[in-house]
Structure formats: C-alpha cells, structure tokens
Design a protein around this ligand. Structure first.
Ligand code: HEC
Length: 176
C-alpha cells in the first residue's frame, strides 16, 4: 500500500467508525417482545399459577425449589427488557419486512402504524417500559426473599403492565 491508498483506507475506516458511533443502536421492540418479555411473562405466570392454592394465594410449598432460581432469571429478563425499551437511543418497532402478530386481520396495526404511535408519544412509552423494568426488579426481590405474598401481587399486576402499554401503542383502535 502506498501512502495515498493507506490514507484513503484509513479515512474510509474512520468514516465507517464515526457513522456507527453516532448511529447508536436502537432497541428492536418486536424482537424484545418475542425473545424476552413474552416468554418470561408466560414463564412467570406458569410458575405462579401452578403454585396458587385454593385460597388464591401462592403457597411456598407448591413452588419447586428450582423455580425460585428461575424466578430470579425471569425477573432479570423482564427488567432488562423494560430497561432496553426505556433507555435506548430510540426504539424501532420491527426489522423491515417483519410482520406483527395478527397484522393481517382487518383493522390491525402494522409495524409502521406502531412506529407512528411510538414516535408521537415517546415519554408515555418510556413510562410504561419503566413500569415493566420495575416489575421485573420486584420479581427478583420477592423471589430472592421467597416472599410469596409480594410475588403473587407482582404476578397479578404484570398483566396490566403489558395491557396498559399494548392498548396505547399496539391496538389503540380497540380503545373505546
Ligand atoms: C412499554 C410497552 C410494552 C409493554 C410493557 C409490553 N409490551 Fe408487548 N408489545 C408492545 C407493542 C408496542 C407491541 C406491538 C409491536 C409488536 O407486535 O412487536 C407489542 C407486542 C407484543 C406481542 C406480539 C408480538 C408479535 O408477534 O407481533 C406479544 C406476544 C407481547 N407484546 C407480549 C407482552 C407481554 C406478555 C408483556 C408483559 C409481560 C408485554 N408485551 C409488555 C409494547 C409493550
């Protein structure tokens, strides 16, 4: 390589680096739902439902020993999902070409619709994502303390955390 080609090569490298550095990664919402939030939400409810006695409360005796450790991991994943959505440089709803669940149903939202809802109310979205983050933290705490009362309350409250965000940002057309 002569000096000229080397300079050109370096400047291309530098431009690429600067472009990447200013283009901070955005969190992919669809991917976060599918790989983190949804599976861990379902896993939490699965464990807590199976451990609920006839009185509607979680019975510590019905929680399998290994499930306490799993609950900590579930809480961490929910916390991380909420944090990624609330604190990233931006949220992109889905990769180009991805289809959302039920998107082919008449009147259902597409990724472009959801992106518009999100971009219109970023602070409101962040609030709901932080709520998810805090709920994850409570799952961790209650599992570590083996506090079945708080765990039950948190598991019951999670449904509204999901739904409150979905009704604003996923299917606002269903709001009556
Ligand atoms: C901060 C807002 C927010 C929270 C909290 C949230 N979601 Fe979502 N979720 C969305 C939005 C917006 C969509 C629509 C975009 C999409 O489908 O990926 C979505 C989509 C989904 C989907 C459909 C994914 C697909 O294939 O299109 C599932 C399943 C889901 N969420 C489950 C959950 C569960 C379970 C919880 C709670 C444990 C939850 N979400 C919490 C915003 C949220």
């Amino acid at each position: 390589m002569n000096t000229f080609t080397r300079t050109m090569f370096l400047s291309v490298l530098l431009t690429t680096f600067v472009a990447n550095a200013t283009d901070l990664p955005k969190t992919n919402l669809h991917w976060t739902m599918l790989t983190k939030v949804n599976p861990n939400g379902l896993a939490l409810w699965d464990i807590t439902n199976n451990a609920t006695g006839n009185d509607g409360l979680i019975d510590a005796k019905l929680v399998k020993t290994e499930d306490w450790a799993r609950l900590v991991e579930i809480g961490k994943a929910l916390e991380e999902g909420g944090k990624a959505l609330s604190s990233s440089a931006g949220v992109v709803v889905a990769a180009p070409g991805s289809k959302l669940q039920d998107e082919d149903n008449p009147g259902a939202s597409t990724a472009a619709d959801v992106q518009r809802y999100l971009d219109a109310r970023p602070a409101e979205f962040r609030k709901h994502a932080q709520q998810l983050q805090r709920t994850g933290a409570k799952v961790i705490q209650s599992a570590k303390a083996r506090d079945t009362k708080t765990l039950g309350e948190v598991a019951n409250s999670l449904d509204a955390v999901c739904e409150d965000c979905h009704v604003i940002f996923w299917y606002p057309q269903q709001q009556k």
